[in-house]
Design a protein around this ligand. Structure first.
Ligand SMILES: [Zn+2]
Length: 326
């Protein structure tokens, strides 16, 4: 099978990295390290896929809508951290969150003094946003028209789902005010977990994840579209989950598994706990494993130092006409 040019840097130096993942393959650009899916699903296929989902995406990992409603507190804590991080770059202003899900991040940002708006394709997400009294538009960002210009645009765990990442980034640029800030997070295919698990990495899944970025390729995409990079960093999800996946990845790399992708991500199912059922006592052996995992935690704090954490965050600023940040 012949690979096409890289959509990020146009290089012809592309090769198929993972083949026959269902009907899809993942192609890697050897020049900028961007990974993309071939064949590209049609918009009809994607519409059908997302319509059939009762779930929607709320941050790191996929959770049920019911879980989100029953237990919003962990999300609120996570999103307060996002707001805190954002304030390091812009302390106030008009903010648009693309893919705002149930609106809890927007709610936290509003509480912190930002003027907020959201965009969300999921009907259930829109309903929850409205309950919170948020201003949201239903639809896919690329197909929508906006009258305003924004000080901040955020895109948390969205770009990996889109068919046209270049066009999305370019549209964000056109909608930012001068010196506006763009915050983006997505899975890092250069992470240690991705390297250890290869095509069995939990973040590889179709047709929801179509683009796989590294710090290098996402920085390039942003720079090519007029942005100045202010910060590049990687991070990890819930510590016990990360440790378990890390251990499994080491075993996989040593040849202990030839299995299909298994649900390691169930390790952190706390967000989905139904509050109607009281929690069962934790067996002693599980407690011992939990304690051992805590001892291993320092390991995972090392990963972001080498930019190989599982999540990638880039904060960029709209450059002025001379290509420089004011
Ligand atoms: Zn490339």
């Amino acid at each position: 099978m012949k690979a096409t040019n890289c959509p990020v840097c146009s290089s012809v130096e592309t090769e198929i990295r993972f083949i026959n993942l269902g009907k899809y393959n993942i192609v890697k650009c050897n020049k900028c390290t961007y990974h993309f899916t071939l064949p590209v699903p049609t918009t009809e296929e994607l519409d059908q896929y997302y319509k059939a989902q009762s779930i929607f995406f709320v941050g790191s990992g996929v959770d049920t809508f019911e879980g989100y409603l029953l237990n919003p507190l962990p999300y609120r804590e996570r999103y307060l951290n996002r707001v805190k991080r954002l304030k390091e770059f812009k302390s106030t202003g008009q903010l648009l969150d693309i893919g705002c899900a149930g609106g809890i991040f927007l709610d936290c940002a509003r509480d912190s003094g930002f003027t907020v708006e959201g965009v969300e394709p999921s009907e259930t997400g829109i309903e929850l946003c409205k309950k919170l009294g948020l201003s949201v538009q239903k639809g896919f960002f690329l197909n929508m028209k906006f009258d305003s210009q924004y000080d901040i645009i955020t895109m948390y765990d969205v770009l990996e789902h889109t068919l046209y990442p270049k066009e999305e980034v370019s549209k964000v640029y056109s909608m930012l005010k001068p010196e506006g800030i763009f915050v983006i997070t997505l899975p890092n295919i250069d992470s240690l977990l991705a390297r250890l698990h290869g095509s069995k990495w939990d973040m590889i899944g179709f047709p929801e994840h179509l683009n796989y970025f590294t710090p290098k390729s996402l920085s390039l995409l942003l720079k090519n579209n007029g942005f100045e990079i202010l910060s590049v960093r990687t991070f990890n999800g819930e510590p016990n989950y990360t440790i378990l996946v890390l251990i499994k990845g080491v075993l996989r790399a040593m040849g202990f598994f030839s299995d299909k992708k298994t649900a390691v991500n169930n390790a952190d199912s706390s967000a989905q706990t139904n509050s109607n059922n009281p929690p069962l006592p934790i067996p002693l052996w599980k407690q011992s494993i939990k304690k051992s995992l805590i001892l291993l935690r320092p390991l995972i704090y090392l990963l972001p130092i080498f930019n190989v954490g599982e999540g990638l965050e880039i904060i960029a600023q709209k450059a002025n006409h001379n290509g420089k940040v004011n």
